[in-house]
Design a protein around this ligand. Structure first.
Ligand code: G1P
Length: 276
């Protein structure tokens, strides 16, 4: 059973400047909800209630978001505007939030290692909030992965097929298909050029990691772009033990890019319109 989810959220969000100059990129809203709230809701749907967030300078709005705002609540109490706070209130009631700061930006592996103090010695999920995911009609992407974890009990990365020309944006895996959409990872490369990519199966921002990953990360040298890469640590784990790659059911929007963000906004607007 996975009970904790780590959210690396210290990055600068340079692709969204100037919007992200004084505001965390994780707080950019798709319709009325910030990206990180979608991530937290996806984790909750997977049965997770302990949210661990790796923040950095200028990220205080995230902490304020997952807290009560007494003045605001007092102002709108008893008015019809109260309903707009229902979703976030439910999150605050059900979940706990813990935070630690990443002092220097040294890659996703470094961000995850920074979160060790919040996670401890248990398997945990990782959500990168700028990958906004919708699952299939039965369950969200992380819930699908948590289900798979019960069977395989090892680290799991979510993957999707990409255009090979985009390989340098992702960690790319290769492996043997064990069952429909489930691969045992044989190799992993962080952001290879198309000619060096071992396949067109790209890792997206959803992981389940076993806690030995922390010790592996401590001994992993800097990789692509001089950063500590989670992909390199997972490759070691795949060699020593086993790592699963899972072709999730659903859709991912790359909200780290303006194009993906607009696509997500339009898609969520259509979903919302159908509901009302
Ligand atoms: C990170 C990982 C990469 C993965 C991607 C998914 O890269 O290093 O392996 O494919 O997230 O979003 P980033 O997008 O942080 O550069």
């Amino acid at each position: 059973m996975i009970t904790k989810c780590l959210f690396p959220a210290a990055g600068y969000g340079t692709r969204f400047l100037p919007a992200t100059k004084a505001m965390p990129k994780e707080m950019l809203p798709v319709l009325t909800k910030p990206l990180i709230q979608y991530g937290v809701e996806e984790a909750m749907e997977a049965g997770i209630t302990e949210m661990a967030i790796v923040t950095g300078r200028g990220k205080r709005a995230i902490e304020d978001h997952f807290d009560i705002s007494y003045e605001l609540e007092h102002q709108i109490k008893g008015t019809e505007k109260e309903k707009y706070l229902a979703s976030i209130r439910n999150i605050i009631d059900v979940c706990s939030f813990s935070y630690t700061r990443q002092i220097e930006m040294k890659g996703l592996g470094h961000a995850i290692l920074t979160g060790e103090t919040l996670i401890g010695n248990v398997p945990f999920a990782v959500i990168l909030a700028d990958d906004l995911c919708v699952g299939n009609k039965d369950s969200g992407v992380l819930a699908q992965m948590a289900e798979l974890y019960k069977k395989y009990r090892c680290s799991i990365v979510a993957i999707e097929e990409i255009d090979i020309n985009d390989s340098s944006k992702y960690g790319i895996i290769s492996g043997k298909e064990l069952e429909d959409g489930v691969y045992m990872v044989a190799d992993m490369v962080e952001k290879p050029s198309p000619k060096d990519a071992p396949s067109n199966l790209a890792i997206i921002g959803r992981y389940i990691l076993t806690p030995d990953i922390f010790e592996i990360l401590r001994h992993t040298p800097s990789g692509k772009n001089g950063e500590l890469q989670i992909t390199d640590a997972l490759k070691t784990q795949a060699k020593n033990n086993m790592v699963i790659a899972y072709k999730f059911k659903g859709k991912r929007f790359d909200c780290g890019s303006v194009e993906g963000f607009v696509e997500a906004t339009n898609a969520f607007y259509e979903i919302d319109k159908k509901k009302s």
